[in-house]
Design a protein around this ligand. Structure first.
Ligand SMILES: [Zn+2]
Length: 426
């Protein structure tokens, strides 16, 4: 009888609508897995740190296996009893960027990372994989998870007040953006709230986000730092802030990030979230954004609005930088023998998988960078930190220069596709 019942449950899961499928396999909560990724330019390994129960699962419940093959890494959840894939998502991390710096050729380092998955009802196998040879995936770490294990932490580690800045709908059918305060002291919380509202306004002033007001939630976490500001290591300035953000990442003056990822996760856990913005209380120009990892930007520079939507392009839609002239610490960031996974650059190795369908007849490929082709979707050489061998779709774009509300047609399409994956109702 029991066996018949189990069989029925499995069959029902296949027959059920996707949202019902979620209810068959997962609780409404979130399971966070903290780990360390250690290594150098050539190799790396993953070691487990801890598991934590977090609040409501903010992601879509009807698209648990990502339709996008984006990111340098991938997390998969397999049901142990039936060996079926229940959940898959791509992401990138700061470690992967560090691997392309000169330092990684001579030094081993560890970076803190986390993945978050819907909380499983039954024992599952967690698999962390890295991209191999362009389109393949190789395992880094595989472990069994018993969702009833007593060492899964149930405590909220960094409770803070929160404010709903904009609510479009339920978390399961919206993009949920968490804005966490970094480098705001206790007396600056009113400023933080004003800043968070201003950043929400920036988002809704930008295409295509202005088309999705009813499918975006923005919540602010009033996370209090001991000191105001952030770290400027190249100037000897260090501030005691909650998430240890700093400029001068990998020796690049304007690159503002945090490598204290587990502290950031503790703070973000105060609200349901899909994307997290670390809003750094500073007037300087800088920021960073990594696909399904985080975006960081400063609050009060005259270009903060641009930095925000540019970095969200990275963290939400997996967009690449379309510029090639600025100095970065990376050495050969992209392998020209492979098609990069980012939707808005190409090496022409597999252009059919990119924006070939948007090129009008008569547009030369590659496309000359001349006035005749201004505002034309083409294939312009120079993108992804390389002057040669990597191509972008448009002469200018918010992913190329400091210009607001200026995403090119290919980036607009990529963002819309990503937004639909968060908002789709079947
Ligand atoms: Zn673009």
């Amino acid at each position: 009888m029991l066996r018949t019942f189990c069989t029925l449950v499995v069959l029902a899961a296949f027959l059920a609508s996707p949202a019902q499928e979620y209810d068959a396999w997962f609780y409404p909560g979130t399971l966070r897995i903290d780990y360390f990724r250690s290594g150098n330019a050539k190799e790396h390994r993953v070691t487990l740190d801890k598991l934590i129960l977090e609040g409501e699962w903010a992601g879509p419940r009807d698209g648990l296996i990502t339709p996008f093959s984006y990111g340098e890494y991938r997390v998969e959840v397999w049901d142990t009893a039936t060996a079926s894939l229940l959940y898959a998502q791509g992401f990138s991390t700061l470690f992967r960027e560090w691997q392309t710096t000169a330092e990684a050729r001579t030094l081993d380092r560890s970076f803190r990372e986390s993945v978050r998955i819907p909380y499983p009802m039954h024992p599952v196998q967690l698999r962390l994989l890295h991209r191999q040879g362009g389109t393949g995936w190789a395992p880094d770490f595989v472990t069994d998870i018993d969702p009833r294990a007593p060492d899964i932490m149930l405590e909220q580690r960094q409770p803070f007040l929160t404010t709903d800045i904009h609510v479009g709908g339920p978390a399961s059918s919206c993009l949920d953006l968490a804005i966490v305060a970094e480098g705001y002291a206790l007396h600056e919380m009113e400023k933080f709230l004003r800043d968070a509202h201003r950043f929400a306004d920036y988002l809704f002033a930008t295409r295509p986000y202005n088309e999705y007001r009813d499918h975006i939630n923005i919540r602010a976490v009033h996370s209090i730092s001991a000191e105001s500001g952030t770290d400027f290591p190249h100037e000897g300035i260090w501030k005691r802030t909650l998430m240890n953000s700093r400029f001068f990442t990998f020796g690049s003056e304007r690159y503002l990030t945090t490598d204290d990822y587990h502290s950031l996760m503790d703070v973000a856990a105060n609200v349901p979230w899909d994307q997290v913005l670390v809003l750094v209380n500073s007037k300087e120009y800088g920021g960073g954004g990594i696909y399904n990892h985080y975006l960081v930007c400063t609050s009060d520079h005259s270009l903060s609005d641009f930095v925000f939507v540019h970095e969200l392009g990275h963290s939400l839609a997996g967009l690449a930088d379309e510029y090639y002239t600025s100095s970065t610490a990376y050495e050969s960031f992209y392998d020209l023998r492979l098609e990069p996974w980012e939707p808005n650059i190409t090496t022409l190795v597999d252009f059919g998988s990119k924006w070939q369908d948007l090129i009008l007849d008569g547009t030369p490929v590659p496309t000359p960078d001349k006035a005749d082709y201004a505002r034309v979707t083409g294939v312009f050489e120079g993108a992804g930190y390389a002057e040669k061998g990597i191509y972008r779709p448009f002469q200018d774009c918010t992913m190329k220069s400091a210009s607001m509300d200026n995403f090119c047609p290919v980036c607009l399409r990529a963002i819309r596709r990503m937004m639909e994956s968060y908002t789709e109702k079947r």
